[in-house]
Write a protein that binds this ligand. Sequence first.
Ligand SMILES: [Zn+2]
Ligand SMILES: [Zn+2]
Length: 739
Amino acid sequence: MGFRPYIYRLAIKHKLIGEVDNRTNGVLINVEGDEKEIIGFCNEILENAPQASRIKSIEKKRIPVNGYHKFSISGSKSTDNQITEISPDIAVCTDCLDDLDHDTERINYPFINCTNCGPRFTIIEDLPYDRNKTSMRDFAMCLTCTSEYNDILDRRFHAQPVACNKCGPAYTLTDSEKKLSGIEEILIEVSKRINEGKSVAVKGIGGYQLICNALDNKAIIELRRKKHRDSKPFAVMFRDISAVKEYCYLNKAEENEINSWRRPIVILKQREKMSESLNSGLGSIGAILPYLPLHYLLFRKLDTPAIIFTSGNISDEPIIIDDLSAESLLMQVTGSVVCNTRGIVNRTDDSVVRIVDNKISLIRRSRGYVPEPVDLSCNVDGIIALGAEQKSSFCIGKEMLAIMSQHIGDLKNLPTYDFFIESIDRFSSLFRFKPKLIACDLHPDYLSTRHAEMLEKQLHIPIVRVQHHHAHIASVMAENQLDEKVIGVIMDGTGYGTDGNIWGSEFMVADLNEFTRHSHFDYIPMPGGDKAVDEPWRMAFSFLYKYFGNSIDLKKTSAFQSVRKKDIVLVKEMIDKRINTPLTSGAGRMFDAVSAVLGLCPVSGFDSEAPMRLESVIASTTEDHYPFDIGERVVFAKMFKAIIDDLPKVDTSLISVKFHNTIARAVLEVSERIRRETSLNKIVLSGGVFQNKYLLEKTTQLLIEKYFEVFTNHLVPANDGGISLGQLIIASKMKSLCV
Ligand SMILES: [Zn+2]
Ligand SMILES: [Zn+2]
């Protein structure tokens, strides 16, 4: 990504001669010249490196003089090198922002970019990465842009999407009455609408976004109604970091992340009250800073320092990328659509991260991260892993690299499934990938499993079925290049177990070949299957009924206040007769149940609402926890009894902390038992429930105090979005199956 031209410019600045060369294991630079200048040159390499480059280390060596005459870029590019060079999209850089006011050809030009910033993955159709293989193909460069593109001393040297007001793409605004072109008119109209409490659909880098004033409750309610999104929290784009600080708490690590060139949505603790319907009182905000020139230009005009920034789609369908669908579907939501003439080739959502223990924890991995590969310690060439079903992603292997797709979504949704198929084709052609081995989940009904079976028949290649939680463990091992036996602790929602039950609180001893299930949380009936996920009161009833039978006093908790009597009777009958009532050990279901018991979320309005509410009420600190029993399984009967006894005299916040501490404690105690039996000391934590910041931090702290070596996910999500990486590395151990 413009690294060699950068070195070239630096060498010229320091009056050095020599060469820079791309190798498979890094960049080699030979320089000759004045010693002081060479030292200055070396110091500056790190200081001013292009923001998206990854410099792991610099090694310096004195060698005999070669006798160069000038400085030059050398080395032939092999296709394999170029494959690893597909960059994620990069937020607009400060130099380009400055140019918005000073570069005569690019005053207020909303597509300004250079080698250090701008679109990459989202515009690439094929390799090598040249303009004619991107959606910039349709825009012939003007003379100014051409000369900058060809001038190695220019910041826009070989910047493929380079463009200006004269020659590049442009925005238009359409509403029921008019069509506007000209950026100034568009910005005035958009800001007028936002200031008036209306919303607008705006084409971004990886898809359309819907925006409205985040401080205008009425505007948000209206947007929710039209988008068919009842209560799931919206992300908020703030004008600048000081606006973020006004409404959210953030530490240094969070500030670095929200400011980074990847520009993810960062989940922050809320400081100042915003609009009621923004996050239904969850106490956290998904905050993001402007990352396109257009965002910056818009905030210059807006009265509000914060706008709702949400994917342009209808309910849970993939984010819309084509202008025709935007004009037909999003127009109905917002009444006004801002589109542009640059095509989006690869759909990406905004990525979502959280800082846990001062390290990054990915919740949704997409724009800014994809298609950056994960470096592995073993060869995974020719393997495709198809992931889970919800929060789907897939992963392909190229030699020692795992290239994971962007977040795809829930495959049960037909347009999302199409996006999945389309992206597999795109990655296969983009990365010159031919599958020799397929990995998928053990679940027979996942659509990703069905697709794997179809590929198996079509391509006559073998298939490896990987247990869901084994894959979670392996995803952490892959990231950390571990290839040995470890203790694996997975706290998850659901995953298909080898006994046909729904697993999800797993204590395993595993390596990349196999696992043994050491123990797990008690099996609990899940009345209504998936319906019990949507209605946490069902799990609350199920836990209480299992542990206290007919002696349960439902009036002790507010979980059932809003539930019809006949529904409770029905659920009881379902459990008794085992009708549509699978057994689950999913930790997520226990979080659901406790959240419902505390009256926080008897019925869930969006994915993971119950555990999120349970975590969000934590305000007090205590080391106290509830009692539980460890036998063959971990049984929480005593904990549920203590919680019911605590109600209603003990504060909900305190009960929640004690509950979280109990889970952390259970993880510690079971892990210590496994360590005594196996002498293993490395422990891997993963699974969707470990996205809970309090739980992960507390569990890690307890384990480290007892000298465990703890590993977690940082490069891929701990939720099902990271499963495909684990499947890939496990399948690599079965490579003998390959023909
Ligand atoms: Zn730039
Ligand atoms: Zn131009």
